[in-house]
Design a protein around this ligand. Sequence first.
Ligand code: SF4
Length: 440
Amino acid sequence: MRVGWHPSIEPRLVRAAAGREDLAAYLAAGGYRARVQPERLLEAVERSGLRGRGGAAFSVAVKWKAIAQQPGGRHVIANGEEGEPTSWKDRYLLRTRPHLVIDGMLHAASAVGATDLVIYLSDAEAERSARKAVAELKAAEMALSDDLHINVFAVAPAYVAGEETAAVRAIDGGPPKPLAKPPRPFERGLSGEPTLVQNVETLANLPFIARHGAEAFRECGTHGSPGTILFTANGRCTSPGLYELPLGISLSEAFDVAGGVEGDGAGFLMGGYFAGLLGPRGFELPLDYDVLRATGSGLGCAAVTALGGQDCPVNTAAEVMSFFAEAQAEQCGTCTRGTAAMAATLRTLAAGGADEAEAAMLQRWSVSLRGRGACALLDGAAALAGSLLREFPAAVQAHLDLNCVQCGLPRRRGEVESSPAKQMTRGASTSVCNTIRRRS
Ligand code: SF4
């Protein structure tokens, strides 16, 4: 995968040199040097405005303060279990910059008073790299004091395995599936004790803040979304890859770094699969958590798929919804039934067999199913359905009217009525989603 950065910035997270950065290289670049008193670090992180990069964009300082108030032993989990199918950033960091992540973990541990650290992941190459980094540190007898323990814990990859309660549950010996909240891990996590679960990219920002300060961190980005972000560009763009970008630039500028969107560009699939579809208006919208959320979309983990004129949004939504229906953890009846029902309806719509009443049902589900699952998967599925109807009404109408140009629907109706499942499979073979899976 291609790696780069926006020409206006000095990269903080990606590295110009190819390959894995070992301990000697990280030390030579100034790593593991900037140790800051916990109170001063918390204050710097608060002023920096750093927000979580895993998808929820929650304030890091607020999370740290909440856990610091809890009694008992504390733990830190570096969450590198990157479940979003189109995201690449966490495995990149763990594969190539494991010491940057561990340095960030040590900062977080000192700020919240934790002594037990776990790197949680599923990618095999990332696991080898992380284990090697821990061994390098132990061999060098540095950074890890006798009362500080760091381990690597690997699970089988799954969409929901990266959810924070799933991480805690897996490390404690259970299945990597979410639990109902509350309590959240900061209240009761590993071994029933307060646990900070922090995304790998979030942690990787801490050494920069500790070394250069909050003001330097804010030299990029917007007031509410400061700093840089690792942006995974997918789909119909010239150079799909991982790019470090200043937050605040437009989606159009973001894809320019990836060589530009091919053709006219029809829209986007946002936040991996989680934040749903966004129409062509997205080209002018900024990479800003709050602005995108206010438009009904979201940045999520900053993996964005560009759709081209050949990509039917209805087919794309049907494929992604089928993914959600397969990926759900079968723990909440509403989620299991809801994702299955929305997937079936979207498949029917994509195949040209749905009517206005079914489209209206999809609209109702997109509202009524939100907040009804133990984790956010059902919210993502509902957002996907709602975003298709909101952002691509003409494409939905074309499927109701059996005149979708991208799908060639008038020719296919007879086949569809006899075998909708078969038709969907055939339709998916050239889709942007399959293109992404092949590339990864
Ligand atoms: S909401 Fe869905 S994916 Fe999440 S725990 Fe419940 S069944 Fe599993």
